[in-house]
Design a protein around this ligand. Sequence first.
Ligand SMILES: [Zn+2]
Length: 485
Amino acid sequence: MRSRWLNHRQRLKRGVALILIWALATMPVVTQTAAPPPLSEVVRKSYLEIPELSRTAGYPASEIEAYGKALEQEAEGEKKRLEAEKKRDEDVVKGLRRSLDQLNKRASRDGESEVAERRRLHCEILKIENHIRESEVARKQGVPIALENKRAKLTLLQKWPSELRKIEQEIAAGRARARRYGDVEDIGIRVIAAGQEKDVKLGQDAINELKAYGLMPPEWQDPALSGYVRQLADQVAVNSDLKIPLKVTVLESEEVNAFALPGGYLFINTGLIARTETESELVGVMAHELAHITARHSAKLMKRATIAGIIYQAAQVAAMILTGGIVGVGTYYALQYGFLGLGLVLDLALLGVSREYEDEADQLGVQYAWKAGYDPRGFITLFDKLAMEKGYVTTSSFFRTHPPFAERILSSFRELAWLPEGGNLQVDSLRYQEVKRQMMKLIEESKRSGGKRPTLKRFPDCEDEAKKPIAIDGAGESRADKRSE
Ligand SMILES: [Zn+2]
């Protein structure tokens, strides 16, 4: 009995083993024959998945090109749809204004029902006008950004295998350090741009002027977050080519952005922190901004301009596009609670933003994040997430100050390939997650209690969305843009 049972068990074992061998033998075949995902799926994938796909999937160039064209048409269609929607909205507003006229003709004074009717009409008009401004941002900025982001993925898919081969050949031939800023082992010792200390006054003047016009959002008060952000930025700074002290400020603003002023001033908005998901994403932005400071981009771009003139102009633009005419409490409201923020009004030269310098800041940013021990791809994943976001309005100023270009993504991947391998690059940390959770909690509480929201007398007490008086007219192109070209 016993031996027969054993035999049975052995047979069973053998059977299981055979099944396992069969499964193992067929597995690679299964993965090899799995069809590559359609391009419509590829453009929705993270940038981090595309290098691998480009090596294995082998899409014909003609297919990629045709899909790129289809994407363009799709974007055109979306723009037309938004244009038509705007016309409809404008007609509705006209109708509402006619009702307002009729109300005014009805009597010399309002009775109870007229008061209610007037308020309803005011709120309705404000709500639709706000929607018109938002869809303008989507049409002029959001749709082109989303298109460019998808195109960048197609470019990476198409070009990466040959790009990587070239880099590997150069490295094998001992020429890794021959590229621009190839001396990564000398970070901190090498000189990227001499005279960083000359920019300190420039930055300080800019901050003073911004404060004088009420353009600077308030500083975030909770020391836990500010301390953490400062520490993290310092860690990146000591692994960069910065030769002057770094001054980090966390700004309480819903604007999804971060910016650097010349002379070592780094500003990070709570709105940006809220949108990052890992520590390396936050580090990526910090490293990129630090690179603008170390390379003295703003000093190079604004040779003849005076800071006072530049900030005066920012105040004018803010008055126009943020509040519809008044600088003061409205600007404060727009900068702190609105979605647009400083990034939309600041002179791009002051921030050191130009096509050429973005590329340089990307390369140095990748190096600094890497040297600080972080995965430099954090900046790319954050960029991707913001570009894919629906609605676009909250991120419009990020893309004004961090213009998306396919070439930039490709260069970032190139720089990563050049860098020496080895070491564990950090992606996230518990401390980051804890501090961020606490920040989100405080923001939530402040919102629930009404916070320090200033009230705008010009606007009736409608529901929240109608209350946002932030005009986005001409957001795609402000005076500041034209000036810095
Ligand atoms: Zn930049």
